[in-house]
Design a protein around this ligand. Structure first.
Ligand SMILES: [Zn+2]
Ligand SMILES: [Zn+2]
Length: 257
């Protein structure tokens, strides 16, 4: 149904009939729909060919997946990172439904947005696992990237835990929000270079019960992969404590760095 072509009266009627709204433009939708067709059209998915390690999509749309120059030069500690869709780090002229809905979830504490985004995360994680069938894993635990206590108190919830729970439920794997913790608050990373971001989070995480990390395979979940510095540091900390493997999945990924 092409909702945007309907007249104003019909749209109002739909909004009454369907209290469920598009996360971006707020038009009424049938239940459990995250975005209307127009807003869906604005979301750019992460497509192959992409870097087999960090998941960065290449500009060329042809050819096989392969390792990117950055990972060749400085291999990340995690085994591989994948994401569902592209996240624009800066506001731009064109609509950015995913950026908008993630912001509503994180900063406006919009839990309906959170529920819809968690559903999308779990669904697309399953699709990515099917696509990378050779790499399908039996994870011991799904781990959210932790927030520092001060940030957690301010926000009231950890957005990554909500996404991790949806994946855990989908793949029937326990979620452990306590294994990793953030030992110090880290200043916002938006203005920092890649190297500065790494330094910013260096030593900022700890494994609370090393015996539970030893020899285990983990899936680390976050909302947005920006430079990869945060998940990189979480993975490094897990490996230092004997983890067998760490993979990363994020709802979205910045590609315009
Ligand atoms: Zn919409
Ligand atoms: Zn890479």
């Amino acid at each position: 149904m092409w909702l945007h072509r309907l007249g104003a009266a019909a749209r109002t009627a739909l909004t009454v009939l369907y209290p469920w709204r598009c996360l971006n433009c707020a038009i009424g939708l049938p239940a459990d729909h995250a975005f209307c067709p127009t807003c869906w059209g604005w979301i750019r998915l992460v497509h192959s060919p992409l870097c087999t390690q960090c998941g960065r999509p290449f500009a060329s749309r042809v050819g096989p997946d392969h390792i990117c120059p950055q990972c060749l030069q400085q291999p990340p500690s995690f085994r591989h990172a994948r994401a569902w869709a592209v996240y624009s780090s800066t506001p731009s002229g064109s609509p950015q439904p995913l950026r908008q809905s993630i912001r509503r979830f994180k900063y406006e504490r919009n839990m309906r947005a959170g529920k819809a985004l968690a559903g999308l995360t779990a669904h697309h994680f399953s699709l990515v696992q099917e696509r990378d069938a050779g790499q399908a894993q039996d994870y011991a635990r799904v781990l959210p990237v932790p927030l520092h206590l001060t940030r957690l108190r301010w926000r009231g919830f950890n957005q990554s835990l909500i996404l991790a729970r949806a994946i855990g439920q989908r793949i029937n794997t326990p979620v452990d929000p306590w294994l990793l913790s953030r030992t110090r608050p880290t200043p916002p990373q938006t203005q920092l270079s890649r190297e500065e971001r790494r330094a910013n989070v260096r030593g900022a995480f700890q494994v609370n019960t090393p015996a539970l990390a030893k020899g285990k395979r983990f899936l680390l979940v976050d909302d947005v992969y920006t430079s990869g510095a945060t998940v990189e540091e979480c993975a490094r900390t897990l490996y230092q404590n004997g983890a067998r493997s760490v993979d990363v999945f994020t709802l979205a990924r910045v590609v315009d760095l």
